[in-house]
Design a protein around this ligand. Structure first.
Ligand code: VGL
Ligand code: ZN
Length: 206
């Protein structure tokens, strides 16, 4: 069974937001259209407490987009974004969310960031999504959303590692692109076994 996994379509990742992805909102109509073809839709929501350790503002002398070493590995520092309960953390108003059966919130532990919908950045703390999908009989995932080079990439690769068939729909994602990270992300996803397709190739009879 197939599911559409919609990654982080939140105000802060869209134009005008705290960590805006260029043209991030332009994929929303495509995602809404795709949603009509899926019976199972799961959303993720980046959901940080104030003072989250991924925020540059909590590390003295550090600026956004610098990289630091955390106990679990390297971590890009971000502008404060997607703070729990703020408008920036809400789903973009144009995203149709009614049909979604599950919302996975991530990044709510102060000490560890979480890009992937499956595991936090320590690669050990599970969100519970893999178990939910397996218990629901879902084996194939179609990923869309923001950002290609962070949350989409990490979710796609973890999805493969958890044994799912993973497709990323390339015209329904947008990237942040730090030092060519979008190109790297496509290469890493492909190497991991993620299938990259265009909506026009997606002929589903669900
Ligand atoms: C994301 C950076 C920080 C994402 C989330 O959704 O790709 N990127 N938090
Ligand atoms: Zn975040």
């Amino acid at each position: 069974m197939k599911a559409l996994l919609v990654i982080d379509i939140q105000n802060d990742f869209c134009p005008g937001g705290a960590l805006a992805v260029h043209d991030g909102d332009t994929i929303i109509p495509i995602i809404n259209q795709l949603s009509q073809q899926f019976e199972h839709i799961i959303l993720t929501q980046d959901w940080h407490p104030q003072g989250h350790s991924s925020f540059a503002s909590v590390h003295e002398g550090k600026a956004p987009y610098e990289v630091i070493q955390m106990s679990y590995g390297s971590q890009v520092l971000w502008p404060d974004h997607c703070i729990q309960g703020t408008v920036g953390a809400e789903f973009h108003p144009e995203l149709q969310t009614t049909k979604a059966q599950l919302i996975i919130r991530k990044g709510f532990r102060k000490e560890v960031d979480s890009y992937s919908a499956f595991y936090e950045n320590d690669h050990q703390t599970a969100t519970g999504l893999a178990g939910y999908l397996k218990d629901s009989g879902i084996d194939t995932l179609y990923l869309v959303g923001l950002a290609t080079d962070f949350c989409v990439k990490w979710s796609a690769i973890d999805g493969i590692q958890e044994g799912f068939d993973v497709y990323v729909i390339k015209d329904a994602v947008k990237g942040i692109d730090l030092n060519d990270s979008v190109a790297t992300a496509w290469a890493e996803m492909e190497a991991a076994g993620v299938k990259i397709i265009h909506t026009s190739e997606l002929v589903l009879s669900l």
